[in-house]
Design a protein around this ligand. Sequence first.
Ligand SMILES: CCCCCCCC/C=C\C/C=C/C(=O)SCCNC(=O)CCNC(=O)[C@H](O)C(C)(C)COP(=O)(O)OP(=O)(O)OC[C@H]1O[C@@H](n2cnc3c(N)ncnc32)[C@H](O)[C@@H]1OP(=O)(O)O
Length: 281
Amino acid sequence: MMSSMSLSRMLRAASVCRTMSTATKLTAVEVNDKTGIATVTLSRPPINALNVELLHDLYQSIKEIENNKSRGLILTSSNDKVFSAGLDINEMYRPDKDRARLLWTKLQDVWLALYGCALPTAAAINGHAPAGGCLLATSCEYRVILPQCRIGLNEIQLGLVPPIFCMFNFLNVLPRRVAERALVQGRIFTTEQALQIGLVDDVASSKEKALEKCSQFIATFAQTNPLARSLTKLKFRGADLQRFESERTNELESFLEFIDHPQMQEDLGIYLEGLKKKNRN
Ligand SMILES: CCCCCCCC/C=C\C/C=C/C(=O)SCCNC(=O)CCNC(=O)[C@H](O)C(C)(C)COP(=O)(O)OP(=O)(O)OC[C@H]1O[C@@H](n2cnc3c(N)ncnc32)[C@H](O)[C@@H]1OP(=O)(O)O
């Protein structure tokens, strides 16, 4: 039988963390009532590949947290090896045209929501974060990664042109020369390399510790006026957001044209097959 002691402990824990009522299917949102910090957990097994539905749910979660006046947002993954594998390549290979349009539009919406989020944002990168995974992490203001992870924007290695928001994210985090070289080489960095160049702010030995460090980062703003903070953030990021808006339609059309190209389709098919073969051998 459960002792009254452990029952009261459980009740206390339950009152600290609550799941948001409108938590969506592919993202779980939990708000810590004590700190006011919301954690969004990407939950699309096996590797959190970003398809239309996950991007939709992620966007809804970010907006909901922002509107509920949480103290901050932490992004993490339910998978203990992969933060996110980036865009779901199945959505780009032999795509349904309307769905491909929706995919790119939703990716753009998520970037706008996360990069321009009024709240302090942090990523607890508890697994690999290639391409779109790195894009999500670098849209946040602070990053903690676990040992033995890989992170980077490798689009060019797939023959894809990194869109403008990849450039904004890297320029916001890395020195210009390092950002440019990393993008044109499609570099994927180890945990140690990412820390050394400043792509991540810290390394933690477990997901729990990474979440704790993210909470500590957000807590540094406890005494700061939230409006002054968000307007200052916007002053830094506003020019990127404006330039993005002016180019978003062109980028959408370029993306659709790009993936429609027969050579691109062939390359994506080979890449996808290579990923699958790895598991068959
Ligand atoms: C404005 C101009 C526009 C021009 C065009 C722009 C194009 C878009 C540009 C940028 C935006 C973002 C693009 C992207 O995100 S593209 C995606 C790139 N992602 C990758 O290259 C990651 C590939 N995956 C991996 O490296 C590994 O899978 C891993 C490290 C993430 C995880 O490794 P591991 O735990 O060993 O898992 P598996 O490799 O075994 O994978 C499990 C399972 O999942 C499949 N899979 C992996 N990644 C993807 C993916 N991104 N999409 C779909 N499926 C994926 C893999 O094949 C396995 O499948 P199974 O064998 O059938 O189980």
